[in-house]
Ligand binder design. Sequence first.
Ligand code: ADP
Ligand code: MG
Length: 321
Amino acid sequence: MASEFDLIARFFARPAPAGMLGVGDDCAMFPAPAGMHIATSTDMLIQGRHFFPDVDPHALGHKALAVNLSDLAAMGAMPIGCVLGLALPQADESWLAAFAQGFHELAGAHGCPLIGGDTTRSAHELAISVTVFGAVEPGRALRRDAARAGDQIWVSGALGAADVAYRLLDGQLPADDARLAATRTALERPQPRVALGQALAGLAHAAIDISDGLLQDLGHILRASGAGARLDYAAMPVAAPVQGLPAETVLQAVLGGGDAYELCFTAAPADRGRVLDAAARAGVPVTAIGFIESQPGIVVLDADGLPLRELPRGFDHFPVS
Ligand code: ADP
Ligand code: MG
């Protein structure tokens, strides 16, 4: 079997960009851009909890980095580089080659080279930990505590596809091969909204990426900002392959569905035009879905302007009930 160092050299070491020290020393190093702050975030993916054991390794490599790039996007930060921790039950070389390729392809697409990490054998399930580093001007960062009453609430892309794919794969929805084929990419290869986040830096007020469901993640903005929200359910951008499912399934997928990795953000209503221009420059559609209110709590209004009574709960690793 290949040693740990062979595996790192073959699959993970890549020439570092000019000016950086990459894989091979005790630390990676990169210059801190003048006047900027370093934004950093870590996300773990554990087999059986965050992905199915038979998931395509190329897609898993993509997703492990995508969920972290999504955090940089939600801060309005520009990616600099990343490090990868791997705890492997075994060293399956064709699996590692595909995983690394999926990872490096997305890293290349977003200018976020892999510059270090740690590789170890695991007596348990596969665990992946990625840390990203980015740069943002401190006054322009999209913080969760920056929503103001009267702000418009926006969401990027379309919602619900990843949740429907997950429920199809998990057997919670009746088998439907056509719908699985149309939704699976959203679950397995989310596209982090990095360009949109940077285009919104200094323009939007608060932002978050939707990993646990729109209502739950928007709830983090509301708590941090000491505010509430009124949402218009009829305005929600529902992913095309989700339309046509039973109304409760669509509602759960759109308002409660995790793994979306779209951005939910707030901005002054007067900046509506600038938000649309920023989205056009980033090549991502955005939809206004409601307003921030001073009264705490979330109210979702139906097409008749009446509050929806049954709202889904987002995903919580440690539910209290
Ligand atoms: P140390 O003993 O100093 O922690 P390691 O032997 O763990 O060093 O790692 C050797 C080099 O390989 C380091 O530069 C480390 O950052 C890098 N590295 C280890 N695993 C990975 C990985 N999965 N991806 C990228 N770089 C890695
Ligand atoms: Mg190490």
